[in-house]
Design a protein around this ligand. Structure first.
Ligand code: 6R9
Length: 647
């Protein structure tokens, strides 16, 4: 195992808001005296009423509150208190030659107020859920902040999800309003967003949707339903340019964000206002050591939690300047990231390991032809980073001189939980290093017993957290029971992350990946159950079982075993139809990399599919299938292996 220690680079150590000694002191204080620690952090936000209560939470039964008697407005914290002349967003279009945009905090505030007023005019009230389905354009942030300004709860749906997926989320959130754009652009292709929303609304029982606000982006032709759809650019000039922020209670919902779990349909993770915003703000400033005037670029999409916390709420609450990019790393060529960094003189760059692995394939030359001297700090998120990718990032992009922050966190955690601090923490390639303030990770065995660790010892197990932190999700929309079941019952009274991890002899944390039936495909969470139910939606499919398998670029890829209804022959046309079905039901990111048609699946006598065997076969690891004698029909395994070898 790579265990090389990289000391904090000189420049970062010389100019940091946190030294290693300070980190240790503050961390110890945050655990010993959480109330005192958090009280000191309160001035980070502008409060309409300053809270007197800090954390007030229980995990058995589950009831989580932070700053509960405080009042504030998240949008006001992200806009009104900043210098209106400062740049908020530098926007880079999908095509390198296309005109970009620069938006000041003053302009962002005005746009947000106007959109907030437009939403009110359309009938949106405090507490209503507004679904946002947008490309990566500044109006995506405007839409989120406009909701926050009037106390509406946004539910952003990633622009790559299908009409079917939108419909499911609209229904679950009981959302009566949608904000979308005519089309988006990604990698030179047009993404028909409005048409997708139309399909979701027209073909599903989503009659509850009253109004759709449409941002004109590409100017492509779209159908407008006269009494439902409204152009943003038309309403914009008809509404006032100011809007008083709605006073919100600390624990009022700020947003819902759907994410995949190991069972059932996606879960609407619920974040509330004050704790989430404070966590996003504090982690943004501390983990990226952001300094006024710097340009910060997070390459995530706003449809994921990383975009929520480190494109919108963290940076904007801190008055930072962000770069927002509509495109993808490989278009028009694999040097696009580096070209954009050079063009805009980006200082801090935060991306996913999968993106690095994808561009690494083309070697160092695409990086070396660009001037990256503006870069001061690099970060990664979304999945474990393999040491090869870490070392390449360090050597080729960082020239061996920049700190790399590998930040471990989840949709449910609101922001980074295990991460180096750039001027403080020596790093090890592949390790997320040490816990952030207030975070208490521990490893448990299968029974939920905390594994003790003596100094200098290495341990591994399932990663749990022992105490709440302000950015923690409070519930699942409309299903608190499922929230409790999913996160707090496997190990009663502890938050179970569903990740496996080890803690090395120096106390550093290494996240090894999900231990549940969630596949991490290119940093995106995909539930095996979701993909399975998409496959069985095809009329010819009898049964499907989906597992993850290692993939050089995506980290994990999707392997689907499918049994067909009697008399249906396998064919290339059928395989294509199955892929199309998944694309239709969920979206392109869920389409299996391999579909293996098989006469049978390995099941126990009680009918349970033995995924362990399916994983091994997908990995071509036939030697360690383990005990197959408990299978109802052991001969199934032979057929599966034969099918695998013939691929
Ligand atoms: C922020 C985000 C969460 C899952 C998480 C874990 C994996 C994220 C990681 C990482 C190792 C890191 N993960 N960051 N694993 N090192 N730095 O990605 O949220 O989409 O909810 O995914 O991603 O497995 O449980 P989300």
């Amino acid at each position: 195992m790579t265990d090389t220690i990289h000391p904090v680079p000189e420049a970062a150590a010389a100019d940091t808001r946190t030294t290693l000694a300070q980190y240790h002191d503050r961390y110890a204080r945050s655990i010993a005296d959480p109330d005192g620690f958090w009280r000191e952090q309160l001035p980070r936000l502008d409060w309409l009423r300053t809270p007197t209560v800090m954390g007030n939470w229980s995990w058995d039964p589950v009831r989580i509150r932070w700053f509960e008697d405080g009042m504030l407005n998240a949008a006001a914290n992200c806009l009104d208190r900043h210098d209106p002349a400062a740049t908020a967003i530098v926007w880079e279009a999908d095509a390198p030659g296309a005109p970009g945009r620069r938006i000041s905090y003053g302009e962002l505030l005005e746009d947000t107020c106007r959109m907030a007023n437009a939403l009110v005019a359309l009938g949106v009230e405090r507490g209503d859920r507004v679904t946002i389905y947008m490309p990566m354009i500044p109006e995506a942030a405007v839409a989120m902040l406009a909701c926050a300004r009037i106390g509406a709860v946004h539910s952003v749906v990633f622009g790559g999800f299908s009409a079917e997926a939108i419909a499911g989320r609209l229904e679950d959130a009981d959302s009566r309003f949608v904000i979308t754009a005519d089309e988006g652009r990604r990698g030179g292709k047009t993404v028909p967003l409005k048409a997708c929303v139309d399909e979701a609304l027209d073909t599903h029982a989503t009659a509850q949707v009253e109004a759709v606000l449409v941002v004109r982006h590409t100017g492509g032709k779209v159908a407008m339903h006269p009494d439902r759809d409204h152009w943003w650019h038309e309403l914009r000039s008809q509404v006032p340019a100011t809007c008083t922020p709605e006073p919100m209670n600390a624990e009022d919902p700020l947003f819902i964000l759907y994410t995949s779990g190991s069972t059932g349909k996606p879960k609407g993770v619920l974040h509330t206002t004050a704790g989430y915003l404070l966590w996003a703000n504090l982690t943004f400033e501390t983990v990226f050591d952001y300094k006024a005037g710097e340009l910060f670029w997070c390459t995530a999409d706003v449809g994921w939690i990383t975009g929520h916390s480190y494109i919108v709420y963290g940076p904007l609450s801190a008055g930072a300047t962000i770069l927002m990019f509509e495109g993808i790393p490989s278009y028009p060529a694999s040097d696009r990231f580096w070209q954009v960094i050079e063009k805009h003189r980006v200082n801090i760059f935060y991306t996913a390991p999968t993106a690095l692995r994808a561009v690494m394939r083309d070697g160092d030359a695409p990086v070396l032809k660009h001037d990256l001297s503006s870069l001061r700090l690099l970060g990664t998120v979304g999945e474990p980073i393999n040491p090869e990718a870490w070392n390449w990032y360090d050597r080729v992009v960082g020239k061996g001189k920049l700190p790399i922050v590998d930040t471990w966190w989840q949709t449910e955690t609101g922001g980074a939980l295990i991460t180096p601090l750039p001027g403080a923490t020596p790093t090890k390639p592949g390790s997320a290093t040490l816990p952030f303030y207030g975070v208490q990770p521990a490893l448990v065995d299968a029974e939920g017993t905390i594994i003790p660790r003596a100094d200098g010892e290495e341990i591994s197990g399932n990663l749990v957290l022992l105490a709440s932190w302000p950015g923690q999700a409070r519930s699942l929309h409309g299903d608190h029971e499922r929230f409790t079941q999913t996160y707090f019952t496997t190990y009663r009274g502890k938050y179970f992350t569903s990740d496996g991890a080890r803690q090395d002899k120096d106390g550093y944390w290494w996240i090894t990946g999900r231990v549940d039936d969630v596949i991490n495909v290119s940093g995106h969470r995909m539930g095996t159950a979701e993909v399975e139910s998409a496959l069985v939606a095809h009329q010819d499919v009898a049964e499907a079982a989906v597992v993850g398998f290692p993939h050089d670029i995506k980290g994990q890829a999707i392997y689907a075993y499918v049994t067909l209804n009697a008399g249906i022959p396998a064919s290339d046309a059928l395989l294509a139809a199955l892929r199309a079905t998944v694309r239709h039901e969920i979206g392109g990111i869920a389409v299996p990399d391999h579909i293996h048609i098989t006469p049978g699946l390995p099941k126990t006598r009680s009918g349970k599919i033995m995924r362990r065997i399916l994983r091994k076969i997908a990995e071509n690891d036939f030697a360690s299938l383990g005990d197959t004698s408990t299978l109802a029909d052991p001969s199934v395994v032979e057929a599966l292996i034969e099918g695998r070898l013939n691929r």
